[in-house]
Ligand binder design. Structure first.
Ligand SMILES: [Zn+2]
Length: 216
């Protein structure tokens, strides 16, 4: 289905990385590593890691490289299919990118491409603050573009639909400022390696069509 299968997905909060991941996974056996989902699971479980992460995320900050890298490494080592991987939300910083490089060398799984979903900040903020999700299965909806069929109820599992605290406008703006500051060095780093594929974020079907073309 795809020629490039070991991928990093980059994009500001709200750029649609999660949605693109879901669409790619429908087509092929990618291992989807969403550090956001990993962290939320830890928070929900109330682990020591989860408590630390919760405080940081509520302030609109980002969890440490060491914590995230350890989680990603453990997940990759458990992967038996090895069709390909979608790293979604990691690496976020140049330091993490270098840690990832070392990790993938050790695991003998080099990256094929780094997909960067670009959009302007106003577009991303509107999108972020309209994002809602299922409390039970974490499926993400957009209350304007693709709402659940019945308001407040998940199509897949019947779970309750809610808005995350960190999807407020103030938090969205803070996260975007952090994202730009941290991501530009990352973009330069992958561009120098010849791995960067730039794509515009927009309608999901357009994004997916572009992905199919550019990943082959
Ligand atoms: Zn659900």
């Amino acid at each position: 289905m795809f020629k490039k299968t070991n991928l990093v997905l980059l994009g500001g909060p709200g750029a649609g990385k999660g949605t693109l991941s879901s669409m790619l996974k429908e087509k092929a056996q990618f291992l989807h590593i969403s550090t956001g989902d990993m962290l939320r699971a830890e928070v929900k479980a109330g682990t020591e890691l989860g408590k630390r992460a919760k405080t940081i995320m509520e302030e609109g900050g980002l969890v440490s490289d060491e914590i995230v890298t350890a989680m990603v490494g453990a997940t990759l080592e458990k992967d038996e299919e090895k069709y390909g991987m979608l790293l979604d939300g990691y690496p976020r910083t140049l330091n993490q990118a270098k840690l990832l490089d070392a990790l993938l060398k050790k695991l003998n799984r080099p990256l094929d491409a780094v997909v960067y979903l670009c959009g302007d900040d106003d577009f991303l903020i509107k999108r972020l603050t309209s994002r809602i999700m299922c409390r039970k299965c974490n499926r993400i909806y957009n209350q304007y573009a693709f709402p659940p069929k019945k308001a407040g109820v998940c199509d897949d599992c019947g779970g309750e639909i809610y808005q995350r605290e960190d999807d407020s406008e103030a938090n969205a703006r803070k996260r975007l400022i952090t994202f730009h500051a941290q991501t530009q060095p990352l973009i330069d780093f992958y561009q120098q390696k010849g791995l960067l594929i730039q794509m515009s974020c927009g309608e999901r079907d357009d994004v997916f069509a572009e992905a199919i073309t550019k990943l082959n």
